[in-house]
Ligand binder design. Structure first.
Ligand code: HEM
Length: 380
């Protein structure tokens, strides 16, 4: 069995040579993570394209103490942390139809001037300083403010939402202490209560926002809460990391940031995707790329590895997944990244990485993006 020491140096900073070696063999079981690692493009595609064989209902459960009303429903078969992402057909199909309508190109287009305004405000706030961490001052707040606005969460509440997301991260990752988990569980109950109150408000007074659209469907409040959490969680750090990875790529060029960043963004999605992999569970004993895999096994479909497979270099990248779970926010993410890079290029001419800046990445199988990005620019 090959070793999947993904968080050891030098793989944490640059996993792509490791992926290249792993693609030479079939899927294998990685003890350290308890998952089967799938790296070849054809195998990753097969996994993502066949929800009947590879279920999204994998077994990550939030150990939260549920808010009033939540416990009963959890007990009656709503164990997923994330609606949509962790659902299979037919439930997935029903929820997805609702969300896809709410994420219509019209709504994303209508959001563009607001994304521009928000990016402008964030960049203007640091312009006179001549130096900043671009993750903290732009890449992190921009997608958060955008997803809040899209859903219809008041801007003043964005910092609290950010805190709750941090707590959800504690609950969905390994290694947190009991005390941290308890604090995070309290936070996530608070988050649910907050969202329940928002839903009640919106039921009383509809507006032109995503939440109002979703309320027109036949989802229960609990399903809507779960869906909002998916959207907030899924639409935030992913986009932060796309902006971060694309900025790193752009700033590495001698000419710096391009006026038209679309090309850098698309190449980043292929070469250094913000979501490095996604999980599935085998429904029955199966065979994949020459490896026999037992029923109930967890699979890690390594999108970052598949994107570099020379066998698929002429095909579309898999950064947003593929098949029925294809990222519903892909268009929005591209719009946000484009506006972030363009705003920096036009408002901070001469922007470059700070002298001595060294990029580092969190140890995470899902997300990949720079923890900080120290940059400088000339101030008149
Ligand atoms: C699904 C990546 C931005 C919402 C996915 C999947 C990937 C992905 C790989 C498929 C997961 C799977 O098959 O298991 C990304 C990346 C983003 C991004 C790289 C940014 C660069 C967003 C944004 C939103 C969003 C901005 C929402 C505002 C979702 C949702 C799903 C999803 C709801 C689940 C769709 C389903 O299960 O049907 N995303 N995403 N994502 N994404 Fe994104």
């Amino acid at each position: 069995m090959p070793e999947f020491d993904r968080f050891a140096p030098p793989h944490l900073d640059d996993p792509y040579p490791l992926y290249a070696r792993l693609r030479e063999g079939p899927p294998f079981f990685a003890d350290a993570f308890g998952v089967w690692v799938v790296t070849r493009r054809a195998d990753v595609k097969a996994v993502l394209s066949d929800p009947a064989r590879f279920s999204s209902e994998f077994l990550i459960r939030t150990p939260m103490s549920p808010a009033p009303g939540v416990a009963e429903t959890l007990a009656t078969g709503h164990p997923e942390v994330f609606a949509l992402l962790n659902q299979d057909p037919p439930e997935h199909t029903r929820v997805r139809a609702l969300v896809a309508a709410a994420f219509s190109p019209r709504r994303v287009r209508a959001l563009t001037p607001r994304v521009e305004r928000l990016a402008g405000e964030l960049v203007d706030a640091i312009a006179a300083d001549g130096a900043a961490d671009l993750i903290r001052s732009l890449a992190l707040p921009l997608p958060l403010l955008v997803i809040c606005e899209l859903i219809g969460i008041p801007r003043a509440d964005a910092p609290r939402v950010r805190g709750w997301i941090e707590q959800l991260k504690v609950l969905t990752s390994f290694g947190a202490s009991d005390a941290e988990q308890v604090a995070a569980a309290h936070g996530s109950v608070e988050f649910e209560r907050y969202l329940a109150a928002l839903i009640a408000q919106r039921r009383a007074h509809g507006r032109d926002d995503l939440l109002t659209d979703v309320l027109r469907g036949d989802l229960t409040d609990l399903e809507i809460i779960s869906l909002l959490i998916t959207l907030i969680f899924g639409g935030h750090e992913t986009t932060t990391n796309l902006i971060g990875n694309a900025l790193l790529a752009a700033l590495a060029r001698p000419e710096g940031l391009p006026d038209d960043p679309d090309d850098v963004i698309e190449r980043t999605l292929r070469a250094d995707p913000p979501v490095q992999g996604t999980f599935r569970r085998t429904v029955a004993d199966t065979e994949l790329g020459g490896a026999p895999i037992p029923a109930g096994a967890q699979l890690y479909a390594a999108l970052g590895a598949a994107n570099h497979d020379p066998d698929g270099s002429a095909e579309p990248h898999l950064a947003f997944g593929r098949g029925i779970h294809y990222c519903v926010g892909a268009q929005l993410a591209r719009v946000e990244a484009r506006i972030a890079l363009r705003t920096l290029a036009t408002r901070l001419p001469g922007l470059r990485a700070a002298d001595g800046f060294r990029v580092s990445y969190p140890a995470n199988l899902l997300h990949r993006g720079p923890i900080r990005l120290a940059a400088t620019w000339p101030v008149p």
